[in-house]
Design a protein around this ligand. Structure first.
Ligand SMILES: Nc1ncnc2c1ncn2[C@@H]1O[C@H](COP(=O)(O)OP(=O)(O)OP(=O)(O)O)[C@@H](O)[C@H]1O
Length: 345
């Protein structure tokens, strides 16, 4: 279901002070895509996502869901729209006194699901989230990842067309985060459900999202395809967020001497770097040391990062550098940090 936010503003008033939490935010989210919103704490991500189901009504602007302007919807009309929008949260929000089965069954009963169908549907949902064996367990006896999977099953109970996820993996360890990512991807693949996911975790962003919006200080500062945002970030906030994922560490105690230069090379696609490096050492009078290399996957597409040191005459180094620049996606000259540490590109 297409979601359009048009010039949305949210202003909180607290103790006589105004807090402009979302400023003129406009985005259009396509049916069936996994759309992510990233940004630092306090950027306005939660507030923006809550505007989509009007948990947070905007001060101005329009909210259009499935072609319908819902901005002023109330009562029954709003409840009907909300049925199409499931939501999951960082802290799962399960009913602690109810079993896994009942947590999900409540959502179905609330929507008048016929009694005989409830059992069948709950079991179907539990299978979808790999929890078929936990139906009689209470939330307290589940791991964080399992709790979030129950929350996903509950959010999907009434076949929503949209799933909103507010920091849904932020309370989980790496393994459980990976599992939630896999489940959401599979659900999205099997049903054309639109997923809007907010997070401050860029690692989740690169694995899960089709497109990303970046928020800073209440504004949407950049929107783009995930691979493009990671490889060619435009806004300084985006650059700062992605640099943490793509950074590599300079080997400790590395000091550059005269006639030495360090380069960070970024290459896209499956292309291996060995042929390039051996060509450079053959054709130019320079020594090439590979200091570090890694491949990151963004939306499953590889992005290679290589740190090399060139030694030789300044003119030869310049020629080698120009040659490399023509062959790779991006090349940056770096200086060595005194005690190793992060790159300063
Ligand atoms: N109900 C509220 N009343 C007053 N101020 C609020 C309210 N909700 C959010 N804010 C403020 O609005 C700004 C945006 O908050 P929001 O929670 O949307 O940010 P966020 O990007 O989701 O950050 P976080 O990841 O820390 O939740 C913050 O400065 C926050 O303090």
């Amino acid at each position: 279901m297409v979601i359009v936010l048009d010039k949305v503003n949210v202003i909180f008033k607290q103790k006589g002070r105004k807090m402009h939490a979302v400023k003129e935010a406009s985005i259009s989210i396509n049916k069936g895509e996994i759309f992510g919103i990233v940004g630092p704490s306090g950027a306005g991500k939660s507030t923006l996502v809550r505007v989509i189901n009007l948990l947070q009504p905007p001060a101005s602007g329009r909210v259009i869901v499935g072609g319908q302007d819902i901005t002023r919807f109330k009562g029954t009309a709003l409840r009907k729209v909300r049925l199409k929008i499931g939501m999951i949260f960082q802290h799962f929000n399960l009913i602690s006194g109810a079993t896994v089965y009942d947590n999900i069954a409540f959502a179905l009963k609330a929507n008048n699901c016929p009694e005989p169908k409830i059992r069948e549907r709950v079991l179907e949902l539990l299978t979808q989230v790999n929890l078929a064996d936990k139906e009689q367990v209470y939330p307290a006896n589940l791991s964080g990842g399992q709790k979030q999977r129950v929350a996903i099953a509950r959010a999907l109970a009434n076949d929503p067309e949209i799933l909103l996820c507010d920091e849904a993996t932020s309370a989980l360890d790496l393994e459980n985060t990976e599992e939630i990512i896999r489940i959401l991807r599979r659900i999205n693949r099997e049903n054309p459900i639109t997923i809007v996911f907010i997070t401050h975790e860029m690692d989740v962003a690169r694995k899960l999202f089709d497109r990303i919006a970046v928020m800073a200080d209440g504004e949407i500062v950049e929107v783009g395809d995930t691979y493009r945002v990671f490889t060619e970030p435009e806004h300084p906030m985006t650059q700062s967020l992605v640099s943490r994922v793509l950074n590599i560490e300079i080997p400790e105690h590395l000091q550059l001497k005269d006639q030495e230069e360090m380069l960070k090379i970024t290459y896209t696609g499956e292309r291996a770097y060995e042929p390039l490096i051996s060509k450079v050492s053959k054709e130019f009078d320079v020594l090439v040391d590979i200091l570090h290399g890694k491949i990151e996957y963004i939306q499953g597409k590889p992005l290679g990062i290589l740190l090399i040191k060139l030694s030789g005459d300044a003119a030869e180094i310049a020629k080698a550098r120009d040659y490399i620049a023509g062959q790779v996606f991006k090349i940056e000259r770096l200086s060595a940090a005194i005690e190793g540490g992060e790159l300063n590109g």
